[in-house]
Design a protein around this ligand. Structure first.
Ligand code: NDP
Length: 232
């Protein structure tokens, strides 16, 4: 049966690459993005029968709920939910003396609370899915066990908080929905920059293959893009 997938932050970067990879592999994809499409436009044109653009801002509950309603009009259930949308603030690399607390709050709103809004709205559809899978796209930057940075508080703290949400959802949904966090690796996107080691399209192809498999071949609660475990 065709897997039904929702990807947030599908506008550009890894979310767009993942949307295209899912469609290439035959999934029905709801590509959730804020207004002002960039890379996503070409993907929508290329896969008109498989990819549907859905407007969704993860910081706005009304927008998330409207997106849920728009998806529900087209599919009775979801099989894979990928919370991918995230940001790094312009002041993320500032030292402690000059961090900007408005940026810290905004980063938490997008990276940690946003996925919670999306989960609240879409969980009933995911529970109704076939072998459902719920992935939070996190980062090694959110690993407390591997922490090496002396700054980037907002981004790292927001991803650690997202990992806690993953752990709680895993408890809540044990035996019903397969829940995990995934670090996609350092990729050449707007966020990762041009010097990053990985091509987002290559990463997305492999990740999409794993996420569309039934069962998903991932055993640990927090993994890298190849499925290797990471410490919380
Ligand atoms: P980009 O900055 O390239 O893209 C971010 C995406 O998130 C965009 O589509 C953006 O939409 C969307 N987004 C931001 N804010 C919101 C919002 N309020 N509502 C809806 N969508 C929003 O990031 P990447 O593609 O590189 O990152 C994808 C994921 O991978 C993120 O979770 C990131 O933290 C994680 N990651 C990335 C790494 C890397 O090296 N690139 C490393 C580790 C983790 P818009 O175009 O509208 O701004």
């Amino acid at each position: 049966m065709t897997r039904r997938v929702l990807v947030t932050g599908a506008n550009r970067g890894f979310g767009a690459a993942l949307t295209a990879a899912f469609a290439r592999q035959g999934a029905q994809v709801f590509a959730a993005a804020r207004k002002g499409h960039t890379t996503l436009d070409a993907i929508l044109e290329r896969y008109p029968s498989l990819v549907t653009g859905i407007e969704l801002d993860v910081t706005d509950l009304a927008s998330v709920e409207a997106a849920r309603d728009a998806v529900a009009e087209r599919a009775p259930a979801l099989d894979v939910l990928v919370n991918n949308a995230a940001m790094r603030s312009p002041t993320v690399s500032e030292p402690i003396e000059s961090i900007d607390f408005a940026d810290v709050a905004r980063t938490f709103d997008v990276n940690a609370i946003g996925p919670l809004r999306v989960a609240q709205a879409f969980l009933p559809m995911l529970r109704a899915g076939d072998s459902p899978v719920f992935v939070n796209v996190s980062s090694e930057a959110g690993s407390i066990g591997q922490c090496w940075r002396d700054r980037e508080f907002d981004y790292c703290m927001s991803k650690a908080a997202l990992n806690m949400a993953t752990a709680i959802f895993a408890n809540l949904l044990r035996g019903k929905v397969h829940v995990f966090s995934m670090h996609p690796g350092w990729m050449r996107t707007d966020m990762g920059g041009p010097r990053a080691s990985l091509d987002p399209e290559e990463v997305a192809e492999g990740v999409a293959t794993k996420l569309l498999a039934v069962p998903v071949p991932i055993a640990a609660p927090f993994v890298d893009h190849e499925g290797h475990p990471l410490p919380w």
